[in-house]
Design a protein around this ligand. Structure first.
Ligand SMILES: C[S@@+](CC[C@H](N)C(=O)[O-])C[C@H]1O[C@@H](n2cnc3c(N)ncnc32)[C@H](O)[C@@H]1O
Length: 253
């Protein structure tokens, strides 16, 4: 199971600089998209900002979560791998950690799941969000329409999804993962038009799926070159390749 793979990798997850670089790129792409939530990224102005309540699905160890936390009213970070959520929880227990992050171990399928925080209005309902993020997760999800339906149900009217992942730009996109890391990979990136269609089918409006940044990754020159290593084990292995990342936007009317 993919969640077993991610739980096993959780302890060493943050040692990979690639994870931090991609989380930072995702944050910058999301932040620029929503100046009303996060201020103007160019001049540092935060006038008139309404800090959003954010739900992050597939938060992992929280690299993107903790980057966003100062700019959010609260963040609920969900992940289906217990090891990942435990790693995030350890960070949250440090004295100087963000106090507005809740880490939840769950495979979220129901917007009214009782694992989610309550709406806080005395009803049985669950909290609804202004923004849902999910970074490097969609390519692991078998049933994307089902997850989009859940996200839709978790949003307030007028709320947005801002989902980031690498693009499926053709057969070479398969090289994003070395052969030893194919467990739990449901697709080799996100095709733009396909994803836009799924967002519209789920009821989202103002849909836009666009390349937001591009990154270089050392990939296998031939399948299996890295053996059981996740990345090149020595300087003569692998070759650099560019990977575009998409930002998938949709608003709940
Ligand atoms: C490649 S990792 C990315 C983690 C983190 N977003 C990051 O960038 O470091 C994918 C994560 O998505 C989680 N995941 C996959 N499908 C999920 C789902 N349906 N619900 C919640 N988490 C999921 C996995 O457990 C894993 O932690």
């Amino acid at each position: 199971m993919a969640s077993d793979r991610f739980s096993a990798e959780a302890a060493a997850w943050d040692n990979n600089p690639f994870i931090h670089i991609q989380s930072e790129s995702a944050w910058q792409a999301i932040r620029k998209q929503f100046p009303g939530y996060f201020g103007n990224a160019n001049d540092g102005s935060f006038t008139g900002v309404q800090k959003p309540a954010v739900l992050e699905i597939g938060a992992g160890t929280g690299t993107l979560t903790l980057r966003m936390a100062p700019y959010a009213s609260q963040i609920v970070a969900v992940d289906a791998a217990e090891g990942m959520i435990n790693a995030l929880q350890i960070k949250l227990e440090k004295p100087d950690a963000a106090k507005n992050v809740t880490a939840i171990y769950a495979l979220l399928e129901d917007p009214e799941d009782k694992v989610l925080p309550p709406a806080g209005d005395g009803s049985e309902g669950r909290l609804k969000y202004e923004l849902i993020t999910s970074h490097l997760v969609l390519h692991h999800i078998a049933d994307i329409p089902a997850v989009l339906k859940t996200m839709y149900g978790c949003l307030k009217p007028g709320g947005w999804v801002a989902l980031t992942d690498f693009e499926d730009f053709g057969p070479a996109a398969r090289k994003f993962h070395p052969e030893s890391k194919m467990v739990g990979v449901e697709r080799h990136g996100i095709p733009r038009e396909w994803m836009a269609g799924l967002l519209r089918d789920a009821g989202f409006v103002d849909v836009d799926v666009k390349v937001a940044w591009s990154t270089k990754k050392t990939v296998e020159k031939f399948p299996g070159e890295f053996g059981n290593h996740a990345d090149a084990a020595n300087a003569s292995q692998g070759e650099p390749m560019d990977f575009p990342f998409v930002l998938c936007l949709g608003k709940k009317p």
